[in-house]
Design a protein around this ligand. Structure first.
Ligand code: AMP
Length: 197
């Protein structure tokens, strides 16, 4: 059993580490940014509601995101709730975190670990600007990047304390080569996973 969440500012390597960790632990990688971008490109109701927020670097409203994620992991479509997953990019606000915790307690699926990737702000801006050039994501422009970092500080950073109080927070230095970060994450996770019972 492996239920973990990656908590990190934009540009800290959530997507890359998320995919690697999910593969290593054999669990689905659920990245809310990717799911939302799929909705936007498919022109669904959710995609249309989310698009302008994403382009401006704002968060998509809590209710929409909570419904999307709990629908996927919660078996609200009639299937069984998922027992294992690596969540990437959710929760991003205290309201989302409380909704996720509420759900998890109800179905006995609380998270085992919350991994925080720590990267200095200058490095984040540099990585995001580079990604903007390479991948053409329309929220990777300098103004929008600064806004997304400010949104992270204001809305998402408080989750660190929320999970620290629950004793499942794992802090990892997210600088340096990808493989080294992955090894650091695994080393930091080992004692937490050993204690999950
Ligand atoms: P990401 O790919 O994780 O950087 O997410 C890209 C964008 O999707 C964010 O800037 C938000 O606009 C939106 N988004 C992703 N996850 C969430 C979430 N949990 N809550 C609100 N908005 C989200």
């Amino acid at each position: 059993m492996f239920r973990a969440l990656l908590l990190a500012p934009p540009g800290a390597g959530k997507g890359t580490q998320g995919e690697l960790l999910a593969r290593r632990h054999g669990v689905p990688h659920l990245a809310t940014g990717d799911l939302l971008r799929e909705h936007v490109s498919q022109g669904t109701d959710l995609g249309r509601a989310a698009e302008a927020h994403m382009e401006a670097g704002r968060l998509v409203p809590d209710d929409l995101v909570i419904e999307m994620v709990l629908h996927r992991i919660g078996g609200h479509d009639g299937s069984e709730p998922m027992t294992d997953f690596l969540l990437d990019g959710f929760p991003r606000t205290l309201r989302q975190a409380r909704a996720a915790y509420e759900w998890a307690r109800t179905v006995d699926r609380t998270f085992h670990a919350v991994i925080v990737l720590e990267v200095p702000e200058d490095e984040l801006v540099r990585r995001l600007a580079q990604r903007g050039e390479e991948q053409g994501r329309n929220d990777d422009t300098e103004d929008v990047i600064r806004h997304r970092l400010a949104v992270y500080e204001e809305s998402t950073a408080p989750l660190v304390e929320f999970y620290e109080e629950r004793g499942i927070l794992v802090r990892v230095d997210g600088t340096g080569p990808v493989e080294e970060v992955t090894e650091r994450v695994e080393a930091a996770l080992a004692p937490v996973l050993a204690a999950r019972g």
